[in-house]
Design a protein around this ligand. Sequence first.
Ligand code: FAD
Ligand code: NAD
Length: 482
Amino acid sequence: MSTSSDTMNTALAPAVEETYDIVVIGAGPGGYVAAIRAAQLGAKVAIVEKQYIGGTCLNVGCIPSKALLHIADEYRKFDTMAELGIMAQKPGFDMASAVAHKNKVVKQLTSGVAQLLKANGVTIVNGRGVVDEPGVVTVDQPEGTRKALKTQKIILAQGSVTAKPPFPGIDGHNVIFSTEALDLQKVPESLICIGGGVIAVELACLFNALGSKVTIIEMLPSMIAYEEPEVVKQLEKIFKKRGIDIHLNTKVESIGDANGQKTVTATGPNGQVTFSGEYVLVAVGRSPNPEGIKGLIDRGLAMDRNRVVVNEKMETSLPGIYAIGDLSGKTQLAHVAMAEGEVAAENATGHEARMSYDAFPRPVYTFPEIASVGLTEAQAREQDPGVKVGTMPWVGNGKALASGETEGFIKVIVGSYGEILGASIIGPDATNLITEYTLAMRGELTTEEIINTIHPHPTLSEALHEAVLSADKRAIHVYQRK
Ligand code: FAD
Ligand code: NAD
């Protein structure tokens, strides 16, 4: 769980002491939002970061992956431009330039966050934070100084680290994880993705669009298994049409080399199978990172394996210590980490805030995008047998047709009182559109309020309105048999 290097080396020079109201450890989306919110509320705040402001999300996660996905999405559009009368030859693609652009985006955003922290009066302390006891965070800084940050409250936000399964061959050359995949200087000829979770489907989509031969190997019967099954089936169909090779119910056991290629050996429905390709991408999850808190764990900090246990106020079992984001791990999403950061900051500054997980959006940035909120149909039926289901295919929406983006549909699950219990979208701009249903769920609106809201025409948002109408068998732009 944590190592002996989690405690301080007492042989070093005496620490320079500083005093704060709140010290945040980790400057990812959870930590930097918590620090800014606490400073807004009048606290004297320091944030300790050992590697990079912005954490996983801004440096090696959400933002770099979306920058490259955007480029790949633009590039693949050359395949269908002739249909629109644009007679362009498909140009070449230079991965190194794309990665340089991605690095520029990351630099701009992370410098912006550093400036925001400073502008809000938050002190940034570079180095690895260690908490041996409540009330003090010790930081050994890269330049050799040691600081002891005395503080009333501590917000733990050390995030998560890539899970590295103990497969034979996992340390071999050309075996990469998401961080390395986002820094490749050339497009792989072929890529075998171990895992069919959200990282694998996004990166499979990215490299397929850039010309790699992609294989996905997933041990469960479905990719992104927590999503609405119909949506995942649709994604699977689209991926297969694009030539992505998908193997479900297939568990990877080892990685090797043969004939100058990487090999991946797995057990599937028909026994053992071996796949070969240039690169192997391992994307089998991320583990909470309880780094630097062995002292707290020894003092009884409640843990669930590597995860710090928190209540709805983001309080841990030790007074004055809060935990947020991937470290407390209710989900592993940047926007949830940010929301938890605000809740922790408010409680740590004497205000009252509680975290609710009833309506948080789950975005997947494939082409087309997927986004969902709340329950799937099967989950909703378990709690309310009277649910109604509304659907709207994109082919019935004028804006989607005009933009040539008609793959997919919306599915909305409505409870007995007309409340929205969940929704899933696969299609254009799904990750932006899901906000309307999220807001409706959060505000406990009924479908009547969505129906009575005039949506602009022609827009993709009209389809959200239409899907809700369809739950009441009163859709206008798709024919519904009574
Ligand atoms: P992190 O972002 O992991 O930040 C933790 C920080 O703490 C790091 O900077 C680390 O260096 C620092 N730290 C750790 N220990 C110490 C210590 N002892 N002292 C000082 N500093 C320390 N989520 C989404 O919502 N949308 C997406 O599109 C998305 N895409 C992703 C794509 C990829 C490839 C990956 C890997 C993840 C993606 N995620 C996405 C998940 C998202 O990145 C995480 O949920 C989010 O970063 C969690 O934020 P956090 O603040 O909890 O932790
Ligand atoms: P994941 O848990 O989503 O998926 C891992 C997959 O690997 C699972 O489906 C699992 O069944 C499979 N798997 C595990 N061992 C296997 C084996 N031996 N053989 C075959 N399959 C195996 O994890 P991830 O995709 O690595 O993503 C990590 C986290 O990052 C996610 O929880 C997600 O919240 C976050 N993330 C979010 C976004 C987004 O919001 N768009 C994007 C990327 C990452």
